[in-house]
Design a protein around this ligand. Structure first.
Ligand SMILES: [Zn+2]
Length: 140
């Protein structure tokens, strides 16, 4: 799969089995999967869910969606606070329409949590940052 570095936006080719090894970016050497949300795509998302050893927290959003944009800082803060405890992925449903359809996303933002390849929980609508962080603790 290809994972774009959230820091320098270089595409990194990654084997699924390496997800648990906290890989660094080949270009800027910062952590590829921890501390900042990564972009979920049709290319990488199935493998991320399949191979991640920690829960995968997904924010289905779109650039034109006001509540999505106001929720984004809270999602990023949670990615920083829970670095290594969960993998935070943002899926732009405008750019990745096939994924939005596959996961039957009807309203945005939708937050979904996957573990061991299965969807555990889903929530629609933007929570305040503090409530979102508290909500997430049930998965750790
Ligand atoms: Zn990088």
């Amino acid at each position: 799969m290809i994972v774009e570095c959230p820091h320098c936006h270089t595409g990194n080719r990654l084997e699924g089995a390496r997800l648990a090894e906290s890989p660094g970016c080949g270009s800027c050497h910062q952590p590829l999967l921890a501390g900042m949300p990564i972009a979920g795509t049709a290319d990488n998302f199935a493998d991320l869910v399949k191979y991640s050893k920690v829960p995968v927290v997904v924010d289905f959003w779109a650039p034109w969606c006001g509540p999505c944009l106001s929720f984004a800082p809270g999602f990023a803060a949670a990615a920083e606070a829970y670095a290594g405890q969960a993998l935070f992925v943002k899926i732009d449903t405008e750019a990745q329409q096939a994924l939005g359809a596959q996961y039957k996303v009807r309203s945005i933002p939708t937050i979904a949590v996957f573990e061991h390849g299965q969807e555990l929980e889903r929530m629609s609508g933007a929570l305040p940052a503090g409530q979102f962080k508290a909500w997430l603790t049930q998965f750790f």
